[in-house]
Design a protein around this ligand. Structure first.
Ligand SMILES: Nc1nc2c(c(=O)[nH]1)N[C@@H](CNc1ccc(C(=O)N[C@@H](CCC(=O)N[C@@H](CCC(=O)N[C@@H](CCC(=O)O)C(=O)O)C(=O)O)C(=O)O)cc1)CN2
Ligand code: MET
Ligand SMILES: [Zn+2]
Length: 760
């Protein structure tokens, strides 16, 4: 019997990796120093796994930027534009693919980035060319294996499997059938497996998360083809799946010629029972019981109901594990000083989860051990106390949700009528220009907030500092000639945490950072109880902003679905219920903003698509309540109030109907990195409301030219009525620096003016 974790967060408990990366990119530290930070983190994380009593340390989960990108480098999937012949390093090459720029090597447009399944982690999309060749270059991984072995650890290596790698990749050019490349890719995997085995590694975890998706028959069939070639006797290969049940793919996964299968028990209900029945009797079953997607403490006692029967059937062939990689949870709960003890005892971060996994193994082998008994008792007591605490209950909110009617979610008139009324009121030109909300979060802003939070800056001084920032940001936008302005979100640490902090029902960590992409992290707030809004959250800032300008300034809110997706949510009530509670809180804010004279209100829903369950079976129900939650949040104001929404890093093809059903007056979406490809869904569906397709990839430090943006807009206008087009960047500008932003927006306004002259 073995206990293991599928992967550990790499960012560091103090965000060491983030800080080192940003220092390296800005020339403050050398590549050697960056490498040392990486090495230290890996070693710490392995030591934690060994100390917790896991049977292996997991190697291969570390990445300076992204683990999918690492695989592209292992396999030589380097788009042509990055293949320049100046002296550079593999590390800088990976940063150029990810960000378009690195300390050495030429700039080039970055690769696309998108969400990792239904998480808030984003990976760099492998770019497959026509006739893509693969060649192995995995020296970094091999070096990490040796590094761990050198420290005396027993190593399990983790790799992303060939089918999932291809599935996550994007075929550019004419070659649309990615599967056609499988026969070229598999030999590279065979060679890599053999190099890994050559180092004396006994166990290999091959992640094939796509087995938890609805797969076309060709993809299903490809599994057998590939794994038939990949099988080998000298490696214990465990196929890892996560995030959803395997359903019809369980049969395929069980029969592949590998040593074992890992399933995500947290996300797959009773499927472990079927897995027990279907798995050939030489195979290992790894049960992912400790939740890698949420921060609630594991209840050993509850897991025994699964573990005991499984152990009876499988004996030594039963393994226990985290449900998925721990990448999606913060590192260490011990660092938290300010959580109330009532809540803190109910939580576990990655380090604590390692102990929980080890405890599951012990619970089977030595059920009477004091540690097992104590863990089990403490968890139940902790949850009982939290449940009994009245502090987190709000009957008024529960009642308000229960009494909702369809009417509450409906605007008074249909879009066409609203559009006329809004046109009269707003008097905007053809192709109105705007931005998505945030402007650069400068070190000064962050320092001021840090000082305020530490009590070194008074509230009034903090407010004055932020107002100064807002005022300046508005002045710059006027100068740039933008039509609809934003206040810039200077006062917000994050678009979700900021609202969480002002809502009842939430608690916060101080160090609970989770990687979102590259060096960027989020600190998801924790939903413990019923959600309510004790007082207006943004009205004073919005009013202040509107007073600074004659032009319209958008009110800026985060929508209920995104609030839910980017928080750690309670699990004692349904996600639908939580979303509706959040929706009511935001609805009240929308109404208050309108009363305060804010004419345009944006309700961001960048996680709207992310929240979609991976399996089609559950999708219709999700759309029903997700759309309802959004419409509820927007439905409390009169027709003249223009409601915007914003989405990014999403596929729209499979959800355009739901997006249309949200009935926002204007939607701004991310489209620049994919050269407007995402717009086709809107065109084909004849999406009826107004759209702002992003023309500026805010993700890269590169400044787009007016000509490039003009071209994108012309492309957009081929499928969408010009009268309904807006002009804006892909997403908020908080991660960018002012000089780039000013240049890029100048170009954006110029592109717009040129097109207005042509089209008016
Ligand atoms: N929750 C969330 N998910 C999202 C997005 C998003 O905006 N929010 N955007 C999309 C892309 N993902 C992103 C995720 C994070 C960031 C981002 O910029 N994060 C910041 C942290 C934001 C934050 O919480 N800032 C705090 C804390 C800042 C900080 O580090 N302060 C210093 C002290 C200040 C100093 O001396 O610099 C410290 O604590 O050490 C604040 O501003 O108050 C970062 O990693 O740098 C951007 C995009 C998708 N998912
Ligand atoms: C990830 S979507 C971001 C939307 C938000 N209003 C911003 O501009 O930062
Ligand atoms: Zn966005």
């Amino acid at each position: 019997m073995r206990a293991h974790c599928l992967g550990f967060p790499r960012i560091g408990a103090q965000r060491e990796l983030k800080k080192a990366l940003e220092a390296y990119w800005s020339g403050q530290i050398s590549q050697q120093e960056l490498e040392r930070v990486g090495q230290t983190l890996r070693q710490q994380h392995w030591q934690l796994q060994a100390d917790a009593g896991l049977d292996w340390v997991t190697v291969g989960d570390f990445a300076f930027y992204d683990h999918v990108l690492n695989h592209s480098l292992y396999f030589g999937v380097i788009p042509q534009r990055f293949q320049t012949n100046e002296t550079t390093t593999d590390l800088d090459l990976s940063f150029r693919l990810a960000r378009g720029r690195a300390p050495t090597g030429q700039d080039a447009p970055a690769c696309e980035m998108t969400k990792w399944f239904d998480t808030n982690y984003h990976y760099i999309v492998p770019e497959l060319a026509d006739d893509q060749d693969f060649h192995l270059s995995a020296h970094r991984l091999l070096a990490e294996i040796k590094e761990a072995q050198g420290l005396g650890h027993t190593v399990k290596v983790v790799l992303l499997g060939p089918l999932s790698y291809l599935w996550l990749a994007k075929a550019y050019g004419n070659q649309q059938d990615k599967l056609a490349l499988l026969d070229r890719l598999v030999p590279v995997y065979i060679e890599l497996f053999s190099q890994i085995a050559g180092l004396g590694v006994a166990c290999l975890q091959v992640d094939e998360p796509i087995l938890a998706l609805d797969l076309a028959p060709a993809w299903q069939a490809a599994f057998e083809r590939a794994y038939h070639k990949l099988q080998r006797r000298d490696l214990c290969i465990v196929l890892a799946t996560y995030f959803a049940p395997l359903n019809e793919n369980l049969y395929i996964a069980s029969r592949l010629p590998v040593s074992g299968l890992h399933i995500d028990v947290v996300r797959s209900g009773q499927e472990w029972l079927q897995a027990l029945d279907q798995l050939p009797d030489y195979k290992v079953l790894s049960l992912g019981l400790v939740d890698g997607r949420n921060i609630w403490r594991h209840d050993v006692h509850a897991s025994l109901d699964i573990l005991k029967p499984a152990y009876e059937r499988l004996g030594e062939r039963l393994w226990v594990a985290s449900s998925c990689s721990l990448l999606h949870v913060p590192v260490d709960l011990e660092a938290e000083q300010q959580l109330s003890s009532e809540v803190k005892v109910c939580l576990a971060f990655a380090k604590q989860k390692l102990a929980e996994i080890a405890c599951l193994k012990q619970a089977l082998l030595q059920p009477d051990a004091v540690t097992v008994q104590r863990a089990s008792q403490e968890a139940r007591q902790a949850y009982q106390q939290l449940e009994q605490s009245t502090r987190w209950r709000n009957l008024a909110v529960q009642q308000r949700v229960a009494q909702l009617t369809a009417q509450d979610a409906q605007r008074a008139s249909a879009f066409e009528q609203r559009a006329l009324i809004q046109h009269q009121r707003l008097q905007l030109p053809l192709l109105p220009t705007t931005t998505i909300g945030s402007f650069p979060q400068t070190p000064e802003i962050r320092r001021a907030r840090a000082a305020y939070k530490q009590g070194l800056l008074s509230e009034s001084d903090y407010v004055i500092a932020m107002q100064q920032e807002i005022k300046q940001t508005l002045a710059i936008q006027e100068e740039l000639g933008l039509d609809v302005l934003v206040h810039g979100e200077a006062e917000r640490n994050d678009m979700v945490e900021y609202f969480g902090e002002q809502l009842q029902g939430y608690v916060f960590s101080q160090q609970g950072w989770v990687q979102s992409y590259g060096s960027r992290c989020v600190k998801p707030p924790i939903i413990v109880g019923d959600i309510s809004r004790p007082q207006p959250m943004t009205v004073a800032w919005a009013q202040y902003a509107q007073q600074q300008s004659q032009r319209w300034v958008k009110g800026m809110l985060t929508g209920p679905v995104t609030m839910l997706c980017w928080s750690f949510a309670r699990t004692d009530i349904s996600r639908e219920q939580i979303a509706l509670q959040l929706a009511l809180a935001i609805r009240d804010e929308v109404v208050d903003l309108a009363k305060a004279g804010i004419q345009i209100i944006q309700i961001d829903e960048p996680a709207f698509r992310e929240g979609l369950p991976l399996r089609q079976q559950q999708q219709a129900d999700y759309w029903r309540w997700a759309v309802l939650a959004f419409k509820l949040s927007a439905g409390g104001v009169s027709d003249d109030i223009q409601i915007h929404t914003h989405m990014c890093y999403s596929e729209f093809n499979d959800c355009i109907e739901a997006i249309a059903a949200m009935d926002a007056d204007v939607i701004t979406i991310e489209t620049a990195r994919s050269a407007m490809e995402l717009l086709t869904a809107f065109e084909q569906f004849a999406y009826p409301n107004a759209i702002g397709p992003g023309v500026y990839d805010i993700h890269s430090p590169q400044v787009p030219t007016a000509a490039a943006m003009k071209k994108l807009l012309q492309k957009a206008a081929q499928g969408i009525d010009k009268q309904r087009l807006w002009v804006n960047p892909d997403c908020g500008l908080k991660t960018r620096a002012w000089p780039e932003v000013k240049q890029a927006l100048t170009q954006m306004v110029q592109a717009t003016q040129e097109l207005r002259a042509l089209w008016q």
